[in-house]
Design a protein around this ligand. Sequence first.
Ligand SMILES: C[S@@+](CC[C@H](N)C(=O)[O-])C[C@H]1O[C@@H](n2cnc3c(N)ncnc32)[C@H](O)[C@@H]1O
Length: 199
Amino acid sequence: MSQFWDQRYAGSEYAYGKEPNEFLKAEAARIPRGKVLCLAEGEGRNAAYLASLGHVVTAVDFSQEGVKKTQALAKERRVNVTSVHHDVTELDLGTACCQGIIAIFAHFFRSDRRALAARIVKALAPRGVLIIESYRPEQIALDTGGPKDLDLLPTLDELKQDFSALAFAVLRNAEREVNEGRLHAGPSATVQLVGIKPG
Ligand SMILES: C[S@@+](CC[C@H](N)C(=O)[O-])C[C@H]1O[C@@H](n2cnc3c(N)ncnc32)[C@H](O)[C@@H]1O
C-alpha cells in the first residue's frame, strides 16, 4: 500500500498542493499552542502550515517519498517539522501529549479505525483538539478524488461514535468544492470534525 503512495509522490509536483487543507485553515486557531501530530500527512502541506503558526509539529506517513517531500517543503518554508516514517495504525501515539491531532484525507481501513480512534483520544492532552476532514461514502459517485473503496470511507455516524469521548465543536457532512491539488478537484462530499478533549 505504501508503494502506491511512493509512486504517487515520486515526481516534483505536490499531489495535493503546498497549501493547507481549507477546513484545517479555517479551524486551526482552536488548537492550543504546543505539540501537534499530523496523521497520514503525505507531502507535508498541513504540517508546514501548522509549524508556521508556531506549533511543534510531527508528521507521520508510511510513504518514504512523502516524508522526503515533507522535509523539502518545511525547508522551503523555513519551519521545523519532525517526520516519522511509520504505519499510523501500528504507532504508539502516546498519552495526553498532544495539543492537537489532525487527520486530513487520511483514509484507514474500517477494521483499523475504531482502535486508532481510541489511541487518538488517549494521545490528546486535556483541551487538546482533533481536526478531521475525510471523504465519505457519497464521494465515490462524484469521482472528484479520494478512495474508490467504500471500506476506506467513514460516515458521520461512525466518527460520532468513535470519538464520543470528545466534545464536538464541529461535526457535519459538507458538500464543498475542493481544490487541493490535481487529485482533489471539484464538488466533493466530505465529513468534517473538530473534537475537543474535556479537561
Ligand atoms: C490523500 S493523502 C493525504 C495526505 C495529507 N494528509 C494531505 O491532506 O495532503 C493520504 C495519505 O495517507 C497515507 N496513509 C494511508 N494509510 C496510512 C497508514 N496506515 N499509515 C501511514 N500513512 C498512511 C498515505 O501514504 C498518503 O500520504
